[in-house]
Design a protein around this ligand. Sequence first.
Ligand SMILES: [Zn+2]
Length: 321
Amino acid sequence: MKYYLGVDLGGTNIAAGVVDENHTIVAKESIPTNAGRPAEEIVQDIFTVSKRVAQKANVAMESFTSWGIGMPSYVNPKTHLLVHANNFGWINFPIFDFLKKHTDMPIYIENDANCATLGETLAGAARNYNNAIMLTLGTGVGGGIILSKRIFSGYDLMGAELGHTKLVYNGILCTCGQKGCLESYCSATALIRQAKEALKDDSSSLMWELCDKDLKNIDGKVVVDASKRGDNVAKKLVDQYIDYLSCGLSTFVTIFRPEVIILGGGLADAGEVLFEPLNKRLYENTFAASVIGIPKIVKAQLGNDAGIIGAALLEKYAEKR
Ligand SMILES: [Zn+2]
């Protein structure tokens, strides 16, 4: 049996897993990231947690086929420098040099959203398919594209930024500095912003009760729960959200024709109140849907494990560089 070491470096935790050749996690460990520390310290912790999980799985470090790390950044394939990790404040950090001090095995570093999409395609919601697109609907919108079971990220690996595709011309300002990105309309942050705006003009909405009359407590769940309970203001917000998201997804379907679309992140927990109308609206909004159909939109299945599995198996499935 071959074993692969995978790490998901997040803003809160560094999670590591030992993954076997059947795409199954056989052991997991995690430690707090304590973001804000120097890069060298965090990279040392990546090694520490990796070693710990290897011991737990009873696999010697030198026996692993490869070590893969998913994180919210990307490595320039020409310079091998980690270009920009917003959450950590790292710019052009020589992460490979630091990791190589610990091992001779092949090391792969990939954007975390790409890792999660790969993980779901190998072992989760899209395991029966070769072509999938995934969006993670959270604070921002992460995206990944898998074509023929390989991560697609474009020239110099700088593409596949699905959350920053343009949805509205001259629209709302995005965190990236552009206006009208999909993320500005389809993230949980966007839904919360829309809810707060709507509540300014409405004192009778059920959302007021669900947030204990404090707008700071509004989250995606408050909006979805109020909508499920028939609140008209919330229903309108969810409808509008579905309209925006279906338009964004229809573009991805028209360009890439995935076999399935996976939605992850907190908002995907809304369940059928989101997925049923979203599938319907995608059909209505997509080119030639009545002739060639549309891929089904499904919920991610693996949660945080997707990122670990995808990172671990980069050796087998990363785009060849
Ligand atoms: Zn943007």
